[in-house]
Design a protein around this ligand. Structure first.
Ligand code: FES
Length: 181
């Protein structure tokens, strides 16, 4: 079952990543730093993700070739831990909490409102690569439920309207920044 899941992930990742060509030289320093270190798999995957925002398919192959890490071991870890992403993400990642406290405060309605406003499904990225919508577990501020996080910013006591308004404000700021350029 788990092997099938990993194989499906690999196939999806290949389809998605094949659309993008990342500059793999960006991870040369990272490889140099961790190449012969024991237990380097997770730090390497974390480092790759911090550079690209996700782990590109070709980065797995480069790590395999240059560090000697097994592809199956890397994919296994990357698909097991939710911190790792196998697909590109938007500039703003919207994390809507679906932990218990937020769930009972109708977090699903927040997600529905955002899906409606952004015209994407949960887990997807908008066409302009501006927003990625994600459902996550407890964000650690249950007294503010329902909660979402965008970047380092936490938004609490949300309603459908207020959550959509946050997104609209970010869009306004983005377009102002673009016009200034
Ligand atoms: S359950 Fe949402 S912040 Fe804890």
């Amino acid at each position: 079952m788990r092997i099938n899941r990993i194989q499906n992930q690999i196939r999806e990742t290949e389809e998605e990543s094949s659309k993008l060509v990342e500059d793999l030289s960006l991870i040369d320093l990272l490889i140099k730093k961790y190449k012969n270190k024991h237990g380097n798999l997770i730090p390497l995957l974390q480092g790759v993700q911090s550079i690209y925002g996700y782990i590109p398919r070709d980065a797995f192959f480069k790590l395999n070739k240059e560090v000697g890490l097994e592809l199956s071991a890397m994919y296994g870890v990357a698909t097991f831990y939710s911190q790792f992403r196998l697909n590109p993400v938007g500039k703003h990642i919207i994390k809507v909490c679906h932990g218990t406290a937020c769930h009972v405060q109708d977090a699903s309605k927040i997600t529905d409102a955002l899906m409606d406003s952004l015209k994407i499904n949960d887990g997807e990225t908008t066409e302009d690569n501006m927003f990625t919508l994600e459902s996550v577990a407890c964000l650690g501020c249950c007294s503010l439920a329902p909660v979402m996080m965008i970047g380092e910013e936490t938004y609490g006591k949300l309603t459908n309207k207020s959550s959509v308004k946050v997104i609209k404000n970010i869009k306004i700021q983005e377009s102002k920044a673009t016009n200034k350029e």
